[in-house]
Write a protein that binds this ligand. Structure first.
Ligand code: HEM
Length: 184
């Protein structure tokens, strides 16, 4: 009934210089492009114990003014051995002409978040991004999350992500900090 489909002519790229030319509006966030891997520590007042994890993050683009974002984490024990899969999320980071960000993220735990935020470059080769939820939407079985704020800081050493969360009756406070390096 249909002709055979052709190869996708608009592939995503994680690497500058490969694939489509990045859209000019992406300039402020281009240092994020690529695959990142790191370790983190987490806590929340409702949890008996703090926890450790590893995380992979990937940012790519298809030539339009947004990044595709995906992250997955797994808990590790004190020796770094894997314990079990943990948080996963995926979404889109749209960059506006005034270098503001509009971010949409979805979680397998029934949580969908929209964020607004901004990019700043405080030091040469550095990058700081802060995004805060505008809305959080929950499926019936999701845990109650009412807001989150994320801070991304990129310097010569790598990428640090700090994630604060208001959830399960608690005010906005620290849940996660991850330190990542670019994956070859
Ligand atoms: C690196 C990613 C993440 C890791 C490693 C992580 C890890 C954890 C762990 C270990 C717990 C304790 C419960 C359990 O053992 O499953 C937990 C609880 C929780 N997390 Fe996360 N999390 C991550 C991301 C997120 C995100 C993105 C959100 C919200 C959008 C979130 C919201 C929550 C909530 C609401 C709880 C339940 C607290 C409670 O019921 O007392 N987490 N997380």
């Amino acid at each position: 009934m249909f002709e055979p489909a052709q190869e996708n002519p608009y592939p995503d790229s994680h690497v500058l210089g490969e694939g489509p030319e990045p859209h000019p509006l992406l300039a402020p966030v281009l240092p994020l492009l690529g695959r990142w891997h790191g370790r983190g520590r987490g806590q929340y007042p409702t949890l008996e114990q703090d926890f450790r994890y590893e995380q992979e993050i990937a940012f790519s683009h298809d030539g339009r003014p947004f990044l595709r974002y995906e992250a997955r984490a797994w808990l590790v024990d004190a020796d770094g051995a894997p314990v079990r899969p943990a948080g996963r999320e995926a979404g889109w980071w749209r960059v506006t002409p005034d270098a503001s960000l509009e971010v949409v993220l979805a979680h397998p735990t029934g949580i969908a978040e929209t964020y607004t935020g901004r990019v700043s470059a405080p030091a040469a080769a550095g990058l700081e991004i802060e995004i805060e939820t505008k809305d959080v939407s929950l499926t019936p079985l999701a845990k109650e999350v009412t807001g989150t704020r994320r801070h991304y800081a990129l310097d010569a050493e790598g990428l640090t992500v700090v994630h604060d969360m208001a959830a399960v009756g608690q005010p906005l406070q620290h849940h996660l900090t991850t330190r990542l390096v670019r994956r070859a």
